[in-house]
Design a protein around this ligand. Structure first.
Ligand code: IVH
Length: 752
């Protein structure tokens, strides 16, 4: 590389840094955007030709690189404490008095700063270079978000030199990452245009952006930073006060709080707080309070900190803003479990830095309690993270023709998602949709499918289920068997505001778990399918008496139970001695006696057949009358199971299972049927170490049961018999969706 290229790079980089500072920190640019872009492009071209010029502090490193897998947790060199909060001026006076008592006779000086409403971070510079940026986390350790922070242009990648001989070796600065109000509004406009969900407020947008795993995305977010504190410092100039620190930070190239007040009495402090409250609506970032800090560091050291917060500082929080607006409508949303939640649709109002057009109304009872009606003027409030809520109704402004809210009227007695019936849970206050096929409930079915007592699929709890249904990746639980790691890894489990990516590791585990579910027993499968009325005990009972799912679908046992139930009803009806329904004539009586004894015989025959199988037990013989008996599965469940298998969803499920090659086995010993033997026409691959038999023996068993074995796994393979330490063949079989049998399952299938 010619020396001149290196020099050109250094000059370009320095020039870009200068413009960055002028533009981002001092807010006054000397060149146009095009001129800036030209400089920037020249720098990129040079680095393309000479990649060694792409140093960590090059302005090119702000753009954001390839996505990273997750965040490393980093222990803070000096813990990041939080502050005691108050909403009361009285407590500010108490705080000042308290500090004065701890420092008797000392004249105290206070610095009042705006409390920026963003995300606390710590930046570490070593020999002037930005090396590490972390979130606060729990105060002791936080996430390494360096790559994301590098994209924030107000963070210098290299510190300005103050005095070469006396620059700090290590400097940790602390502050708040924020999103400017104008940047936030612009971002939401772009998202609205792109049909993407909007961020609720700048703080959520900031937190969400910092948690992004792909820093290229973060680079497009209008993030900014304000620095107001320090962590570990080794070397550098002596700093002995907060005002001194802010001055040094500013000289080093950082953006510091735009207004601060130096006060020497509590009245001055309270005046500063009041003035800040007056001017903060004009700030370009959200503030939620004022931070009062003892200015001199030597005095701070003398009074120290409690376990959680320093004794020398306190945050005064401004009361949350409330606004009046018009309630235009009340809409109803269906939640994951079918719960219907009323939502207030409001005349948009600007509240505490963002525009609010919806608020939660929780449930019907809450609406009734507050007597909230469409057309009302309502008072809304936003507090921190909480979704805006309706506080109360301004009754004086109520129009004449309003009506109280009623869920049945509001929904037309229908679920707004599926149009099905709705019902009020008497135990709870909520209304819910009772249609088990409602898409809003699909997530719940998926969660049930994966439950420990069902198919025990790891990593498929409520959040993942919700997201899979929302993204239409698994509207039906069997869709899980078609999912790939590539589809699952980028799944965002958080919100747009606070994304949390599922990741490749978890995706692999989920897919492995799904693959294991293929060979789980009939009992677990029957339960997992969420057939109405079919609980875990019934599933176990059915699996003991049936070979597989088609056998349950066409179960003679279940048909017998249903038939017996019908016959028992009939037998009561035709009983010739019935008082309720006496015979009309002698001939009728004779005919009914005949029918009665035939029916009793039929009932006895069927009960005996069931009891021979072990599915029923006769509890009392009744001579010429039907016997009393119990069955493992009651008639109502039997009807529900048979009805489900006969329904569209049941038939589709059986067909889909067959197509997926999933054939859960019950514990009824498999017999050679007229269709052939267990492995007739099937190709089996054997891999791994088998414990109870040799490979040769296993091969012989496959052949004795009608199958053949081959050595490599392909699409044509029907089953993989996998012993322990199975390697690449197992992986391939999983990826092809081949049925995997362990040794025990294999022996079970061949009836050994
Ligand atoms: S000083 C040892 N100064 O407020 C305490 N904090 O409620 C260091 N904050 O965690 C905090 N603006 O995230 C300080 N000018 C300011 C601040 C500020 C915002 C945040 C910060 C802190 C939280 C405490």
């Amino acid at each position: 590389m010619p020396d001149t290229s290196q020099q050109r790079h250094a000059v370009l980089a320095e020039e870009i840094r200068r413009h960055d500072r002028a533009y981002y920190v001092e807010a006054q640019s000397a060149i146009s955007d095009q001129e800036y872009d030209q400089l920037y492009r020249k720098l990129l071209d040079l680095e393309l030709a000479y990649p060694e010029l792409q140093t960590a502090d090059s302005p090119s490193q702000r753009v954001g690189g390839a996505p990273i897998d997750g965040f490393k947790t980093i222990r803070h060199a000096v813990p990041m404490m939080s502050l005691d909060n108050t909403y009361s001026q009285e407590e500010v006076r108490d705080f000042v008095d308290r500090v004065q008592k701890l420092l008797p006779g000392e004249p105290l000086e206070w610095l009042v700063e705006p409390k920026a409403d963003g995300v606390a971070i710590s930046l570490r510079f070593e020999d002037g270079l930005f090396t590490l940026g972390t979130t606060r986390g729990d105060g002791i350790a936080g996430d390494d978000v360096t790559a994301n922070l590098r994209t924030i242009r107000t963070i210098p990648l290299r510190l300005n030199t103050l005095d070469q001989a006396n620059d700090p070796g290590v400097l940790e600065v602390r502050g708040e990452v924020i999103m400017t109000r104008s940047g936030f509004a612009q971002l939401n406009r772009e998202r609205a245009d792109a049909g993407e969900p909007l961020f609720a407020n700048p703080r959520n947008a900031t937190a969400g952006s910092l948690k992004q795993l792909d820093s290229a995305l973060v680079a497009r977010r209008p993030l900014d930073i304000v620095l107001y504190g320090s962590g570990e410092i080794i070397g550098g100039p002596t700093i002995d006060s907060q005002s001194g620190l802010l001055e040094v930070l500013s000289r080093l190239g950082f953006r510091t709080p735009q207004n601060t007040w130096c006060c020497s009495s509590v009245n001055d402090v309270l005046d500063a707080i009041a003035e800040l409250d007056r001017i903060r609506p004009g700030f370009d970032y959200d503030t939620d309070g004022a931070v009062i800090k003892l200015n001199r560091f030597n005095l701070r050291d003398r009074i120290g900190a409690t376990a959680k917060a320093p004794r020398w500082s306190m945050a005064y929080k401004y009361a949350p803003e409330q606004m009046q607006t018009k309630l235009k409508a009340i809409t109803v949303q269906v939640g994951r479990t079918g719960t219907l939640t009323p939502v207030a649709e409001l005349e948009p109002v600007f509240l505490d830095g963002s525009t609010i057009s919806r608020a939660t109304l929780h449930n019907e009872d809450e609406i009734t309690r507050k007597d909230i009606r469409v057309g009302d003027t309502v008072l809304i409030e936003k507090r921190g993270d909480v979704i805006p809520g309706v506080i109360s109704v301004v009754k004086d402004l109520r129009p004449v023709d309003t009506k109280p809210f009623n869920m049945l009227t509001a929904t037309g007695s229908q679920c707004p998602t599926c149009g099905g019936a709705i019902q009020k849970d008497e135990e709870f206050v909520a209304w819910r949709c009772v249609n088990s096929d409602c898409p809003a409930q699909a997530a719940q079915r998926l969660e049930h499918f994966a439950a420990r007592t069902a198919l025990d699929i790891e990593y498929l709890g409520d959040i993942v289920s919700d997201k899979l249904v929302e993204r239409q990746l698994a509207g039906n639980p069997l869709d899980l068997f078609d999912l790939s790691v590539e589809q699952l890894s980028p799944l965002n489990l958080g919100t747009e505001d606070e994304p949390r990516v599922f990741g490749e590791k978890n995706a692999n585990k989920l897919i492995d778990s799904v693959s294991r579910a293929r060979t789980m027993g009939l009992d677990r499968w029957l339960f997992a399918l969420a057939i109405p009325e079919l609980g875990r005990t019934t599933a176990t009972a059915l699996s003991k008496f049936h070979k597989d799912i088609p056998a349950v679908a066409q179960s003679d046992i279940l048909s017998d139970i249903i038939a017996l139930d019908d016959m028992n009803e009939e037998v009561i009806h035709i009983n010739p001695r019935s008082r309720k329904n006496p015979p009309t004539s002698e001939a009728d009586k004779a005919k009914r006696e005949q029918l009665y004894s035939e029916l009793v015989d039929e009932i006895r025959k069927r009960v005996e057949r069931l009891s021979e199988l072990g599915f029923a037990r006769i509890t009392k013989e009744n001579g010429n009358h039907p016997p009393n008996y119990t069955t493992e599965v009651g008639p109502s469940v039997a009807r529900s199971v048979i009805a489900w298998f006969g329904s569209k969803i049941g038939r589709a499920t059986v067909a889909r299972l067959a197509k997926l090659g999933i054939d859960p086995q019950g514990s009824e010993p498999s017999k050679a049927t007229d269709k052939g033997m267990v492995f007739t026409g099937k190709t089996i691959v054997i891999t791994g170490t088998l414990l109870g038999m040799s490979r040769e023996e296993a091969k012989a068993k496959v052949e004795a049961n009608g199958g053949k074995t081959t050595s490599s796994v392909s699409k044509k393979t029907d089953c993989l018999l996998a012993g322990s330490k199975a390697g690449s063949k197992l992986a391939k079989a999983k990826s092809l969706g081949v049925t995997i049998l362990d040794e025990a399952e294999f022996l079970k299938r061949i009836g050994e």
